[in-house]
Design a protein around this ligand. Structure first.
Ligand SMILES: [Zn+2]
Length: 487
């Protein structure tokens, strides 16, 4: 069941805003919300409030890339025979295909609601959600996705991707898979089914992968969809591997005139672990091609999946650059460098939870920002802000959902802005240790960076979705902070 939300809130009183100079005493603020659910003003709070009831208000969280239909397979007893035995990528593909053959509408809805409930409770109010369409599942995952999109629309904006995880130009099912994806795009409008996604690397040859890319670009343009590729998911040494497919994607977008001027639709490139082996000249070429042709492209790093699956092929595997061979080092897109050093648009996402592609990790985007501190050796206050943007404001813009009027696309920041949708994550200092006697031993998290370094429990989070509040399960935050419009 979707959560109960309050009526539209008129003001949120006495909140703190992110401040990178976190040692100074901070003023508190009041946010007023318009009847349309947008932020109409942010003004200093002149009434004093007790320090422990003063939440930190941040822009809400966003999943720029999440698989709705194959979440929590490992948590469902009927799939227990499909738990990983080797952990290889091929095993994940095979066992997930077997699980998909048993998907039922009730099972899809139940696992999807687990994902949505934990996401919204974590602070997610928008997501790009993949649902697979192929000969195995036909339109079952898509139908469940459409049901959940409608049912959960007040708590979370779900942007659905019709997704070809399987080949569409090779294997005996390729043609059927392609037809089923095309049927879905024709049957539903861009408002219900906003994105086309494919996986060129699962095709059986480079030639088929290129046909996959060209077909997807043509189809997305023809049907007015955003485009989202799972791409270059390998760590093959440059001298052993054919050219990364990113160059062919950019060539197709250029030849088909997909620019920021020709369309408002965007292109997302996910995984792309092979790019972590790029040399300086490769990065320069990538930046130049995207900028010279005004291609609206973003990259999404999916580190929990990448660290688990993307490793260097070992000689005993016969080379070939496939995934899932247990060796070090690992690889994932260098997101902070891509943004700061190369001026590219890049974000971070959860990708998978509870399945053979990613058996570990939680659905909480803050866990991904936290992981980024370690992966990227990104421990400064500025780093924490950038990592938060990558799971919040930047992620929203990258999937084409930003309603921002005032935030700069190049530096969206971690403060709410007037004119934006009132989608907020409020973080309270809630004691979850039970050790509060004699003055208390609960450690408060005062700064935005502390939230990224050590994400607080969900019970400390209140979520505002377009001006309506979802309280934590154990409602420990102050109802007095909100003033409601009479309805
Ligand atoms: Zn994915």
């Amino acid at each position: 069941m979707p959560p109960q939300l309050t009526p539209l809130v008129q003001t949120i009183q006495g909140i703190r805003l992110a401040n990178t100079a976190s040692n100074k005493p901070e003023p508190t603020w009041n946010i007023t919300i318009s009847p349309q659910g947008t932020i109409s003003s942010i003004t200093p709070n002149t009434t004093s409030s007790p320090p422990l009831s003063t939440p930190l208000a941040l822009p809400s969280l966003v999943h720029p890339h999440i698989h709705l239909d194959k979440a929590y397979i490992h948590n469902t007893p009927s799939y227990s025979h499909l738990l990983p035995r080797t952990g290889s990528f091929n095993e994940a593909l095979t066992s997930t295909t077997q699980a998909k053959a048993s998907f039922t509408p009730a099972d899809l809805l139940k696992r999807g609601e687990w994902l949505l409930a934990e996401s919204v409770s974590s602070g997610v109010t928008a997501m790009r959600a993949f649902v697979e369409v192929d000969a195995t599942v036909q339109h079952a995952c898509l139908n469940a996705g459409l049901t959940l999109k409608e049912k959960w629309k007040e708590a979370c904006e779900i942007q659905l991707v019709v997704f070809a995880q399987d080949p569409i130009f090779s294997t005996e099912s390729g043609q059927e898979n392609r037809r089923l994806v095309g049927d879905a795009l024709r049957e539903y409008g861009p408002d219900r089914l906003s994105v086309l996604g494919t996986t060129p690397y699962v095709e059986s040859s480079v030639e088929a992968a290129r046909r996959n890319i060209e077909w997807a670009v043509d189809m997305a343009l023809e049907t007015d969809r955003h485009l989202d590729f799972h791409l270059d998911y390998n760590l093959s040494p440059p001298d052993e591997d054919p050219e990364p497919l990113i160059w062919y994607v950019l060539r197709m977008l250029r030849e088909k005139c997909w620019t920021t001027h020709s369309t408002t639709k965007r292109v997302m490139l996910g995984h792309c672990t092979r790019l972590s082996l790029f040399r300086e000249e490769d990065w320069s070429r990538l930046t130049q091609e995207i900028q010279d042709y005004d291609i609206p492209a973003s990259f999404v790093g999916l580190p929990t999946s990448d660290l688990y699956m993307a490793s260097i092929p070992t000689p005993t595997q016969g080379g070939g650059g496939r995934l899932g061979v247990k060796s070090n080092p690992r690889g994932t897109l260098p997101i902070p460098d891509m943004i700061r050093k190369y001026g590219l648009d890049a974000v971070m996402g959860v990708n998978n939870v509870g399945n053979a592609f990613t058996p570990w990790g939680s659905i909480d985007p803050l866990s991904i920002a936290c992981l980024g501190v370690g992966i990227y050796q990104a421990g400064t206050l500025d780093d924490a802000e950038l990592l938060y943007e990558c799971i919040s404001t930047r992620a929203r813009t990258a999937i084409g959902l930003s309603s921002s009027l005032s935030a700069s696309a190049s530096d969206p920041g971690v403060r709410p802005n007037c004119g934006e949708s009132a989608d907020l994550l409020l973080l309270y200092d809630i004691d979850d240790t039970g050790c509060l006697e004699d003055g208390g031993a609960s450690r408060p998290r005062k700064s935005m960076a502390e939230v990224v370094w050590d994400p607080p429990a969900r019970m400390s989070r209140a979520v505002v979705s377009r001006g309506r509040v979802k309280m934590p399960a154990l409602s420990a935050c102050s109802n007095d902070a909100f003033r409601f419009v009479a309805t």
